[in-house]
Design a protein around this ligand. Structure first.
Ligand SMILES: Nc1ncnc2c1ncn2[C@@H]1O[C@H](COP(=O)(O)OP(=O)(O)OP(=O)(O)O)[C@@H](O)[C@H]1O
Length: 248
């Protein structure tokens, strides 16, 4: 039996095969508390599959994923969410016809009591949390705006807010700045830096300028395996990384 660790996430010897093809192949990966880690690598490297494995969308063929010392590989997706793992996909899944306020409000976690009935938090508790998150995601001036009217970048922030209001200990984001303006990218970098104090953040990203700005550590995946890992300055200089990824 493996022992408990201080890591938020501890992935060991993780493999998934699709008809014999190993999309993730013997991966070992550790994420500290308050760490903002970016996974980069060429198309088809297995980046999205790693996030799918963590959130339970894809089941591992073998290996272990421990989140705060709890084994995730046997859990269903909703149990993994409940354990404190939040994931944002590339396409926003906000409610376009609801306001920013309402989108955050419906995402506020409602506990279930012993008899299975919903336990509603006091309204003012929900209200202050919604306003706090709206400010954090830079949408306080748009709180009553219908989500459909937000810019692409603002919609992405709203979705991050809808995850934040559930207070996950691990937040995973797949290409968060794709399609954003330069200004929005800068603001998103600041947002992610803020978010990572208090939780672990795992990001997949192709925009190297953005990666350099946010990453505490970078892992380069290639053909389901780790090609290099460490601080961005070191990874960028690694000849193997330049050859398979950055040189293109
Ligand atoms: N459910 C699946 N069934 C079969 N093959 C799959 C499945 N999911 C992923 N793959 C394959 O696994 C490989 C890794 O895909 P993945 O999407 O994880 O790569 P990626 O690094 O995220 O690439 P990109 O940067 O293009 O998003 C690809 O060859 C893909 O076709």
């Amino acid at each position: 039996m493996s022992t408990n660790t201080d890591f938020t996430l501890s992935i060991e010897d993780l493999t998934v095969s699709f008809d014999g093809f190993k999309a993730v192949d013997g991966l070992n990966f550790y994420l500290d508390k308050n760490e903002l880690h970016v996974v980069i690598g060429p198309n088809g490297a297995g980046k999205t599959t790693v996030l799918d494995l963590i959130c339970g969308k894809t089941k591992a063929t073998s290996g272990s994923i421990k989140f705060m010392n709890k084994e995730l590989t046997k859990l269903a997706e909703h149990e993994i969410v409940r354990a404190g793992v939040g994931r944002k996909f590339q396409t926003p899944s906000i409610y376009e016809n609801l306001s920013v306020y309402e989108n955050l409000e419906v995402s506020f976690p409602r506990g279930r009591g012993v008899f299975g009935s919903l336990v509603f938090q006091r309204d003012d508790e929900v209200d202050s949390k919604v306003r706090e998150i709206a400010a954090e995601i830079m949408l306080e001036d748009f709180i009553d705006t219908e989500a459909a009217l937000l810019s692409h970048g603002q919609k992405q922030w709203l979705e991050i807010g809808m995850l934040l209001i559930q207070d996950p200990q691990l937040l995973m984001l797949d290409e968060p700045v794709a399609g954003m303006s330069v200004k929005e990218r800068e603001q998103t970098a600041e947002l992610l830096n803020k978010i990572s104090s208090g939780r672990s953040v795992l990001v997949i990203e192709h925009d190297m300028e953005f990666v350099a700005r946010i990453a505490h550590k970078v892992t380069v995946l290639h053909q389901g395996k780790i090609l290099a890992a460490g601080p961005m300055e070191d990874v960028q200089k690694d000849p193997n990384v330049v050859e398979v990824y950055l040189g293109h």
